[in-house]
Design a protein around this ligand. Structure first.
Ligand SMILES: [Zn+2]
Length: 442
């Protein structure tokens, strides 16, 4: 590596002033952006207190921000804690009440001259820890052992939230930057993403030019994300005695036909759209079926319902997909002489950003500068707040954050402590690159 990262006694990261980026000829990743690896000299010195960063991550993990009404848990305390940290950096935190006990918290930091607006985004909620006996560390203890910080939310995504806050502070303290930085920790990502929806609905995305979602992606810059649709189909026929089914109309027969037809539709669309390079196939998965009562086995029910989880790739247009499903269902309904209602419970279109988008390039070059080797591009298999922010506001988003891609929601969730520190450095460097792009010589 030509550049050096020195962990000095006060644990700050110092870039040598003349660092340039190592550009290995035979690195395993072949990507066009490799040729554009930026070797301009760092015009600023990154310096943040990595001990405080790690301590703050621990502080966040120790607040169980699971949304669980039975246990009286929500995002209130963690949002207050994030707001306090923002205040300590000299920013003014703002709170939007998404639901009782479920605030979004964010701050807007103005640069010293006009320029673009970059937003760092994270979510403040975590999923349940599940059975604590399945953990070898206290799920909310934030213990550090073997170079790892353990606990629910350590990867997904309190380390990302902490790193983005400290990165923004680092940029501010570097003395000068154009444009604006928005730092937002939103509620309910693990549920229906009400925080992100609320953020867009209040116009908070107005003027934002790009979003970095700090979700754990194992070193990948995820410029594409799968889309998702949640559908509910209600079937109504007429109930009858099981001994005289001909006197009613059985919705369960229609449910069976729809299940078969959806499997055929999945085959057809998979063949049509193929495998996406980063996202794989689209999937149409019936997840929940409801009809009748086990205690009433001799009653043919009059009603049935089905829930379907659809995961799409960018070439699938959600509106025409829903039209296809609607016509498939009406065909079945006619054949079985029953009524059907299709409800779209949630609609999150796929995100697809160009590999050469400034946001992607800024992160790419920053990652390469900090790590000394290029990252890889990737795709998000699920949906994140970025999906909602991009589809509802049109602002491009990229997902990139500390922690393994597959560790989220598991017992013994952890993040490498070094990663929290490195990602903070990458975020700060990427912010300078993104915000200062207009001032760079072409
Ligand atoms: Zn997450």
């Amino acid at each position: 590596m030509n550049h050096s990262i020195n962990y000095s006694m006060n644990h700050s990261i110092n870039y040598s002033m003349n660092h340039s980026i190592n550009h290995p000829i035979n690195h395993p990743i072949n990507h066009p952006l490799d040729d554009q690896l930026d070797d301009r000299k760092a015009s600023f010195e990154l310096a943040f207190d990595s001990d405080s960063l790690v301590e703050f991550t621990q502080q966040l993990v120790r607040i169980p921000s699971v949304f669980d009404e039975a246990r009286g848990l929500n995002e209130e305390l963690v949002a207050q804690c994030i707001g306090e940290k923002m205040r300590s950096f000299g920013w003014t935190p703002q709170f939007d009440r998404v639901a009782p006990g479920r605030p979004n918290v964010f701050a807007v930091i103005e640069g010293d001259r006009p320029g673009p607006t970059l937003m760092f985004e994270g979510h403040s909620d975590v999923v349940t820890e599940g059975d604590p006996r399945r953990w070898s560390h206290d799920p909310f203890g934030a213990e550090i052992a073997d170079g790892k910080l353990w606990g629910r939310g350590s990867a997904d995504m309190k380390s990302g939230v902490a790193a983005m806050l400290f990165a923004a502070d680092t940029v501010v303290r570097s003395g000068s930057f154009p444009g604006r930085i928005v730092v937002a920790a939103l509620a309910d990502e693990e549920g229906m993403m009400a925080g992100a929806k609320d953020f867009v609905a209040r116009g908070r995305m107005d003027g934002v030019d790009g979003v970095i979602c700090c979700e754990p992606e194992g070193g990948e810059i995820c410029h594409v994300a799968k889309g998702a649709l949640r559908l509910r189909i209600d079937f109504s026929g007429a109930m009858a005695h099981g001994a005289m089914p001909f006197q009613g109309r059985n919705p369960n027969r229609a449910v069976g036909s729809v299940l078969g037809a959806l499997a055929d539709l999945q085959d057809e669309l998979q063949a049509l759209h193929g495998d996406h390079q980063y996202l794989g196939k689209l999937w149409i998965t019936p997840t929940v079926l409801r009809a009748g009562e086990p205690a009433q086995m001799n009653v043919m029910p009059g009603e049935a319902s089905m829930w379907v989880d659809v995961r799409t790739i960018p070439s699938v247009d959600h509106d025409s997909f829903v039209v296809d499903v609607r016509s498939l269902i009406s065909g079945v309904a006619r054949a079985h002489q029953i009524d059907t209602v299709l409800t779209v419970i949630d609609d999150r279109p796929a995100v697809s950003m160009g590999e050469d988008h400034l946001l992607v390039r800024s992160l790419w070059n920053a990652h390469a500068a900090v790590y000394g080797s290029p990252p890889s591009l990737g795709g998000v298999p699920g949906a994140t707040d970025g999906t909602v922010l991009t589809s509802r506001s049109g602002v491009p988003s990229v997902v990139y954050g500390p922690g393994g891609k597959w560790i989220a929601h598991q017992a013994d969730e952890f993040v490498e402590v070094d990663e929290i520190i490195s990602y903070c450095a990458v975020y700060a460097d990427a912010a300078h690159r993104f915000l200062g792009s207009e001032a760079l010589p072409s």
